[in-house]
Design a protein around this ligand. Structure first.
Ligand code: MRU
Length: 345
């Protein structure tokens, strides 16, 4: 891969600034947890697994700056601030709970502050590396579900840019492409933030995977014309019953896919599955600024003063989902049992 999404350095957390893609690919260096939290809120880095790994690095940089006596307080402060950045993706909570639990345990056991700082760095790096491996396993589990010469629609960006590398939905696509079974990807532009147009199209181009960009409104017509063999998307949170929160517009695609008899796959790590959330109605949906709707990359496209709505995610009910692909394999309905079984494996 010719780029990285996030990387640890002793100066700070390095993030590819995704707001500038595809025109430029600058790298920012964030030197404390507050800067990392703002970068997550401002979408410098986005995508459920990516913000989880970045938050773990944000804790590590806060501890690296803290003097010995302040290490326990710095841990609490960093976890609290980072957890408040984005509400829908449960990978953020998952990552921060893991970091807090392991480091608090070390502190309670009398581990020295300098060792805890080192442990925080190593844990963040380990979570990064595990995420890449998990994505490759998701790709290898999902790739074989696609037919030969597959034309696959994906929404938003669930690729290397949304993870530590390889991607979830794009992981499935990468594995199918590697195995010679992909004709092309259709990337929906994903209004209003344009993750499909700006990020997925760029990422696939970098890997020379054939991609055609479509507007969100073209997908129904293309399905009707028989031009889409499968839909593969990522997820921000999967409830215990299999309901899936993902980027706004995902639900509409699932309804259209069902109407046209097209398989609808969700690819996500088990860290996205939240057994504490019983169903989609209990998933908090982030409401982002209406500015992102009335402006396109900073340029106003609607009348001054007009009101706009911006729910950033929607919920697709489990009954519209053909299968959920995780690093443990392919889960099918009834999802409640299938997902629980994957945790036991
Ligand atoms: O608002 P974003 O860009 O963070 O939303 C990202 C998505 O909805 C992705 O599809 C999801 O996080 C899966 S990423 C592997």
């Amino acid at each position: 891969m010719s780029f990285f999404t996030m990387r640890w350095s002793d100066d700070g957390v390095l993030l590819l600034d995704q707001r500038a893609l595809p025109d430029q690919a600058p790298v920012l260096c964030l030197r404390n947890a507050e800067e990392v939290a703002r970068a997550i809120e401002d979408m410098v880095v986005r995508g459920a697994p990516a913000i989880g790994v970045t938050a773990a690095m944000g804790v590590a940089i806060e501890l690296a700056n803290a003097n010995d006596a302040d290490v326990p307080a710095a841990l609490e402060r960093a976890v609290k601030r980072l957890a408040a950045t984005r509400p829908t993706a449960v990978n953020l909570t998952w990552a921060l709970e893991r970091v807090q639990s392991e480091l608090s345990q070390a502190l309670r056991a009398g581990t020295s502050p300098s060792q805890v700082r080192e442990q925080a760095k190593q844990l963040a790096q380990q979570m990064h590396d595990e995420d890449v491996q998990v994505c490759q396993a998701i790709g290898d589990a999902g790739g074989p579900l696609l037919p030969d010469a597959a034309r696959v629609l994906t929404h938003c960006n669930a690729g290397a840019l949304a993870t530590a590398g390889y991607g979830t939905a794009l992981g499935v696509i990468r594995s199918a492409a590697r195995d010679g079974r992909l004709k092309h990807v259709l990337a929906s532009e994903t209004r209003p933030f344009l993750q499909g147009a700006r990020l997925t199209a760029w990422e696939l181009q970098q890997d020379a995977i054939p991609v055609q960009l479509v507007t969100d409104s073209m997908c129904g017509a293309l399905m009707r014309q028989g031009e889409i063999d499968a839909v593969v998307v990522g997820a921000d949170r999967i409830a215990a019953n299999g309901d899936v929160a993902n980027k706004i517009g995902t639900y509409s695609l699932a309804v259209l896919a069902e109407r046209h008899g097209i398989p609808f796959y969700v690819a996500a790590p088990l860290s996205t599955v939240d057994l504490r959330t019983p169903n989609g109605d209990s998933i908090p949906i982030e409401q982002r600024s209406s500015d992102e709707v009335v402006k396109l990359r900073g340029q106003r496209i609607a009348p001054e003063g007009v009101q706009a709505r911006h729910p950033a995610f929607d919920v697709t009910p489990a009954e519209l989902i053909t299968a959920i692909i995780t690093e443990k394999g392919v889960a099918r309905a009834p999802f409640e049992q299938a997902l629980a079984a994957q945790f036991e494996r």
